[in-house]
Design a protein around this ligand. Sequence first.
Ligand code: BG6
Length: 476
Amino acid sequence: MESTSFILFGATGDLANRKIYPALFNLYMDKKLPASFSIIGVGREPLSKEAYQANIIDSLYKFSRHSTDDKRQKLAFVKQFSYISLDLTKEASYQELSTHVRRLESENKLQENRIFYLSVAPELFDVITTNIKQSGLANTKGWKRVMIEKPFGHDLQSARQLNHIVQQAFSEEEIFRIDHYLGKPMVQNLETLISVNPILQSIWRKDMISNVQITANETVGVGSRAAYYEQTGALRDMVQNHMLQLVMMTAVQMAEREDAAKLRSEKINLMKAIQIIPERDVVRGQYARLDVDHHSVITGYREEAGVDSFSTVDTFVAARLTIQTPLWEGIPFFIRTGKRLNKKETKIVVEFKNLSGKTNEGEPNLLIIRINPNDGVTLQLNSKHPLTGELEPIQINFSSSDREIPEAYEYLLADAIKGNPFYFTHWNEVELAWQAVQPIIENFETNAIPLHLYPAGSNGPEAANQLVNTHGYKWW
Ligand code: BG6
């Protein structure tokens, strides 16, 4: 791998500490970083290089999957880090940064290959990319890339504006938009699972599949993120990005694996073919206070610190969508996601048709792909109970919980360093995803889609059950 400078904006933030440093360290331990790699942390607070490095070591102890207690490895790793404190809204800061980057490149004899990682509030995306260009930081003799966290825009119009600004400094090939669901090992396994198994391939057909259900439920509430969440809600936070990416990754069919351009064009075609009818096929929910007993309650969304007591922000969304392509036409996809539900669970369930036409053929066959927690695959079939002779569902199970699995950020960082865009989102995908949710955003704003309150800790609003029941299904 070519020598690289990695410039991390937001170097003292939560994401950097929890995800980025541990992921970089794991890559370092697995020898998947360039031999010459300089990491420049950029943050607001003044911090000496030594204090910065000590913070990183702390975060490695807390969050790295490498259980090694070997402090020497950690010390050797953090030697590659330097820190610079800057006010990112000021032009002069970028001149200072440029001087710092170039000095390190020359001292360490690095090629001018630069990755800019924007782990900052989205309001800063445009000012940072504009100044990277104006300060000359983007003029390199090597390559340059920018990694951008979500949310990419607040709606269709703001996403377009942001993209226009980012593309003044970086070309589409140089922009690595992160959707961390695309870094999850089971999501990266989806297309392979179908394409290399003739058994699954043979049933991956419209006349075999009855419906697909994608769930991303969480037990946590809004926590300390009320300020962000009040502007966002589940639709923008989860559906526009993670849920639609899961739909595309489930539905995509690839002739050649590992071809990024092909994957992106297939996903774009799928996104163009997705239809959601907002008024009929979307359920909006919000968690409400639950009195558990005389002594304890689970707080409702409107009672959370920082939330407006009349807030109508969605903490739950379920929807039915269809994909108008030859393979998927007529097969409903149901998606649901929410906070403060009874279980943390991300999974894809493919329900197969009962082809016999008989009503006593047991439960439908299911392929369950578990993404989080404990990724794995389950095939549910029917069998005869040895004593009663009754049909009973049996499950064939694979779970990777006993393996040490890399985290999403490790895969994503390794790919960005190599320049592999396979699991990053192309602008066309992001734009089409905003186009798909924009009518829903508008219907939420005008209350054309009613808000259903659901008790905290439940499995969501009853309306979400009705959404699938009216089509003859139930949620798995
Ligand atoms: C983030 C959302 O993108 O994904 C959070 O902003 C959400 O609100 C999180 O909690 C869920 O990610 P995961 O990996 O825990 O399913």
